[in-house]
Design a protein around this ligand. Structure first.
Ligand SMILES: Cc1ncc(COP(=O)(O)O)c(C=O)c1O
Length: 381
């Protein structure tokens, strides 16, 4: 016997009947984010390569490509599989990797898609070169340079030269440019401070490019940048490609930074939840906690009523499957009438929240218009 729970939503359902907790996408906001960001980046003559680790859904990646993206980024090799299977033809893995299982995935992927990967050690280059030669595939390789993140990436021009020389030793590998990503810059709340940090990162990247040029090595692709800095990166004159991920769906952390530029992505991602206990004054309990909301970037900041009017709420604690909500400013208010009411919660951080769900329930107005599988969920090898 196969016994499975009923689907939380079907296309055509009213939002009011969608099972909770569910991960929602507001299609009007989502489509505007894809369209406006693609137009803004294209206006600067720079390529847009959205990072799919934010949404983990091939249905979204295909729309991004349709909207003009040059391809997508993945953070992990296994994560790239559903996108390759769905027909995304150009995938950049923005990360280093080590080990036989990874080499196997890299060479397999490279036989289906235009694959580029990152390295920051000669040992990675040599292992990849041997594996690619044995498999009869060619792989584009982008050394990662540290532009301020202090994580992966080479920190000196000499270390970069060693990598470029090592890549040249393998006929199965192609030097395809540089990656310089500064994650720490993305969420700097102050717009001017963020702009200055992005500009310092671009200067560092530019110095690496010029050092290569001085050695006679042309660098035609410099990729990096995220949702918080792409507006600066596209104007830097250094980056030829930007990698924002969260911009399509956004989250509470990005909602908390200052935006003054020409493009400002809107929040399109929500967790729909139901008040399922209301036994005491001033406080109610909803049905989404840690298993449906990542709290690494803090508790959800925005909570709104899904359909009904109600008092302002603050999400104050996440337990495994419970969320505690306080009525702001009314500790003695009665709550029993709120039982069964539904709320929209904006997650603090989209990437790890998305990774907790199997599907997006996509709505326009009060109707479910589409269900998109989160088919790269959990693929972190
Ligand atoms: C290498 C790289 N590029 C791009 C991004 C996209 O970042 P965001 O989702 O903040 O736009 C990330 C996110 O961590 C990343 O690690």
């Amino acid at each position: 016997m196969t016994l499975t729970p009923p689907a939380p939503a079907l296309v055509g359902d009213r939002l009011a009947t969608v099972g909770t907790p569910s991960l929602l996408i507001d299609l009007d906001a989502f489509e505007a984010n894809l369209r406006d960001t693609a137009a803004f980046v294209a206006d600067h003559g720079v390529a847009l390569r959205p990072h799919a680790k934010a949404h983990k859904s091939s249905a979204i990646a295909l729309q991004q490509v349709e909207a003009g993206a040059a391809g997508i980024c993945c953070q992990k090799l296994s994560e790239a599989y559903p996108f390759a299977a769905a027909g995304v033809r150009d995938i950049h893995v923005t990360n280093e990797f080590v080990g036989e299982d990874k080499l196997l995935m890299a060479t397999e992927l490279a036989s289906y898609v235009q694959l580029s990967v990152c390295v920051d050690a000669v040992a990675q280059v040599n292992a990849l070169g041997q594996a690619a030669t044995s498999a009869g595939v060619t792989i584009d390789v982008l050394p990662e340079i540290d532009v301020g993140q202090n994580r992966c990436g080479v920190t000196s021009h000499d270390a970069l030269f060693e990598l470029v020389d090592a890549i040249a030793m393998h006929a199965s590998l192609r030097f395809a440019g540089l990656q310089g990503y500064h994650g720490g810059a993305q969420h700097i709340a102050d717009w001017v401070a963020r702009k200055e940090t992005a500009s310092r990162a671009a200067e560092r990247a530019g110095a690496f490019v010029r050092a290569l040029q001085a050695r006679g090595v042309r660098c035609t692709r410099v990729t990096g940048g995220g949702t918080g800095t792409f507006e600066f990166d596209v104007a830097s004159g250094v980056y030829t490609e930007v990698q924002p991920g969260s911009y399509a769906i956004m989250d509470g952390e990005y909602g908390g930074i200052a935006w003054h530029g020409a493009v400002r992505p809107r929040n399109s991602l929500f967790v729909l939840s139901t008040i399922m206990s209301a036994t005491r004054p001033g406080m109610v309990v909803c049905d989404v906690g840690l298993k449906g909301l990542a709290v690494d970037a803090g508790l959800p900041r925005a909570v709104t009523w899904a359909a009904s009017e109600g008092p302002p709420l603050a999400y104050i604690a996440a337990n495994d499957e419970h969320g505690k909500l306080q009525i702001i400013g009314s500790p003695d208010a009665g709550t029993s009438h709120l039982l069964g009411q539904r709320i929209l919660v904006t997650p603090g951080h989209c990437d790890p929240t998305v990774n907790l769900y199997d599907q997006y329930v996509c709505f326009r107005g009060d109707r479910v218009e589409a269900i998109w599988p989160i088919d790269a969920r959990g693929l972190s090898r």
